[in-house]
Design a protein around this ligand. Sequence first.
Ligand code: ATP
Length: 219
Amino acid sequence: MILSLSDIKKSYQTAEGRTPVLGGVSFVLARGESLALTGESGSGKSTVLHLAGGLDKPDSGTILVNGRDITKLDDVGRADFRRTDVGVIFQQFNLIPSLDVRANVSFHAKLARRFDPLWEGELVEALGIDQLLRRYPEQLSGGQQQRVAIGRTLAARPPLVLADEPTGNLDERTADTVLDIMLRLTKSAGIALLLVTHSRRLADRLDRRITLTSGKIAA
Ligand SMILES: Nc1ncnc2c1ncn2[C@@H]1O[C@H](COP(=O)(O)OP(=O)(O)OP(=O)(O)O)[C@@H](O)[C@H]1O
């Protein structure tokens, strides 16, 4: 099992007091498996991604990634975990403006000591960014930046990829193509993929799907 959440509870402190967001969420994700996480706006999807990515801690419950309980890690341990065990594709692409596309794509792979030029070549070609390698992020369209962000995450071949509407900036046809490429590449690399989407059409292409309703997984 690559990812396992057991009875995760999370609330946020707000001006109105403590607001419960997740009320006991449990699910597992196997190596090479893809899981769609759907649910209405505000149901807690991004919160699940942040917790699984070690960006925040739950109030209670256990999150195992690759056998390691990430809720027990200190700051150094979490930084190390984020560098090597998980890749995130969020809606802000967070490309590095001073680096060209090629250097952006290699960046995390080099940091994680998993740089592999052959795999990177396969990725940039599959994602259709091979003609853009010498451009800088500001010279790319939103959809092109999104594909570079996907390439950068997959290049590091982390065991787990967390993606929040990773094709949200693309037209329907390109979104389908890019998702198919992501699914093919994650499968072939044995990467477990947890993908948040509002689109039933995209969710249906993944291996499994769970829906959050008011902070719980709907039966
Ligand atoms: N840092 C925070 N402080 C306080 N409340 C928060 C914080 N982050 C999220 N929330 C609240 O938690 C709830 C769940 O938010 P979350 O972003 O996880 O939902 P979501 O399902 O991803 O929504 P969307 O589809 O709109 O992105 C919302 O009610 C939101 O207002």
